[in-house]
Design a protein around this ligand. Structure first.
Ligand SMILES: Nc1ncnc2c1ncn2[C@@H]1O[C@H](COP(=O)(O)OP(=O)(O)OP(=O)(O)O)[C@@H](O)[C@H]1O
Length: 372
């Protein structure tokens, strides 16, 4: 069983919000739709729910086309940023609402509500007034309510974004555990990488109505398929590099090229011998090293227990170097590249100059569910 989207399009008048998305979410998987504001992720989710009409493509569950079915017939659960709880019902009344509507007998309903409250960490909260709950507790009630009718697929749209950062981080881990314990198949919209990486089995990166890459979090982080995906994940600046002898050679040091998938005879990162590629610097890619390159320091800040120095690289680009703890900023430091913190991506501009063709499938590597 799986949720399958093929060529899904959503339009608002003449504007295209979703431009042909194909994805497969196997039963029990949580797929995050991650992308910047306005990239179309909510529109895609709403189209799957049946809240927006499909301008093209199909939505299938277990091979059955549900595109013509109204929202309530699809058997999909919904959870939004603001849980939209019923203020005049208590916690149990909220969680059991869908079950009552479906005619589930009172005793069975009470048992299911109790089990769900236990699952979301709110055992004993059944007769509490929802207005007396904290924001995080309210979202847990909303989650329990969405899970109560055992939806075939749970669709979550930024369910944690109204909460403050530490609560969001905490609840993201809980949400992952709860969804796994319930065996829920889910589509999870967020613009926050950390949240997507915490909650999801796989992450689909969207931009301008399209999916750019679908992969499991560690793979996405270590092998973004393009500069655009890498930039969105927070890599940068990008150093031009030439591939020689199995390494990408930059002004700051070498990055060994690991194994990557081969498509049409070419490496998907474009790093064939002699090719020009880009090395994207992650937040931990530039480190102090007495044997490294001498660079100018232009600023300093403390962050999460360590010092970050703003430095000017030999090619003039600005980057951040990790420096343990320092009392005050030195004028110059020596730095090197830590390859573990960097990624290699194709240099699109160099390829266009050379008239190369990007090998088919390069942008859509991933296990199953890769879009076209
Ligand atoms: N009801 C609507 N009518 C017209 N345009 C819309 C409507 N809803 C969304 N759009 C437009 O469609 C595009 C995609 O919007 P969507 O809300 O799907 O993006 P998003 O990635 O979820 O963004 P955000 O994270 O800001 O919610 C945007 O350009 C948006 O302005």
């Amino acid at each position: 069983m799986s949720l399958e989207l093929t060529g899904v399009e959503v339009r608002y008048g003449a504007a295209t919000a979703v431009a042909g998305v194909s994805l497969t979410v196997p039963a029990g998987e949580v797929l995050a739709l991650l992308g910047p504001s306005g990239c179309g992720k909510s529109s895609l989710l709403r189209a799957v729910a049946g809240l927006e009409p499909l301008a093209g493509g199909r939505v299938l569950w277990d091979g059955e086309d549900v595109g013509a079915q109204p929202v309530h017939r699809r058997g999909f659960g919904l959870m939004f940023q603001d849980g939209q709880l019923f203020p005049h019902r208590d916690v149990a009344g909220n969680v059991g609402y869908g079950l009552a509507v479906a005619g589930v007998p009172r005793g069975e309903r009470a048992a299911r509500v109790a089990a769900l409250l236990d699952l979301v960490g709110l055992a004993g909260y059944g007769d509490r007034n929802v207005a007396s709950l904290s924001g995080g507790e309210q979202q847990r009630v909303a989650l329990a309510r969405a899970l109560a009718p055992r939806p075939r697929v749970l669709l979550l749209d930024e369910p944690l974004s109204s909460l403050d950062r530490s609560l969001r981080e905490h609840l993201a881990g809980e949400l992952r555990d709860i969804l796994a314990a319930a065996g829920t198949t889910a589509l999870y919209v967020t613009h926050d990488h950390d949240e997507a990486f915490t909650v999801a089995t796989r992450v689909a990166v969207m931009d301008a109505g399209r999916v750019l890459q679908v992969d499991a979090p560690p793979r996405l982080w270590s092998r973004p398929v393009s500069e655009r995906v890498a930039r969105f994940l927070g890599f940068g600046p990008f150093l031009p590099a030439e591939v020689t002898g199995g390494v990408a050679r930059t002004v700051l040091g070498d990055v060994p090229l690991g194994d990557v998938p081969i498509t049409g005879g070419a490496r998907t990162d474009g790093a064939s011998e002699g090719a020009r590629v880009l090395v994207g610097l992650g937040p931990r890619a530039v480190v102090l090293d007495d044997g490294g390159h001498d660079v100018e320091v232009t600023g300093m800040r403390f962050r999460r227990g360590s010092t970050e120095l703003a430095v000017v690289l030999p090619d003039g680009q600005r980057a951040t170097a990790l420096a343990g703890t320092l009392a005050r900023a030195p004028g110059r430091v020596r730095v090197r590249l830590d390859p573990a913190g960097a990624v290699v991506v194709p240099d699109g501009a160099a390829r266009r100059r050379q008239g190369d063709r990007v090998p088919a499938g390069t942008h859509h590597r991933g296990t199953g569910g890769s879009p076209r």
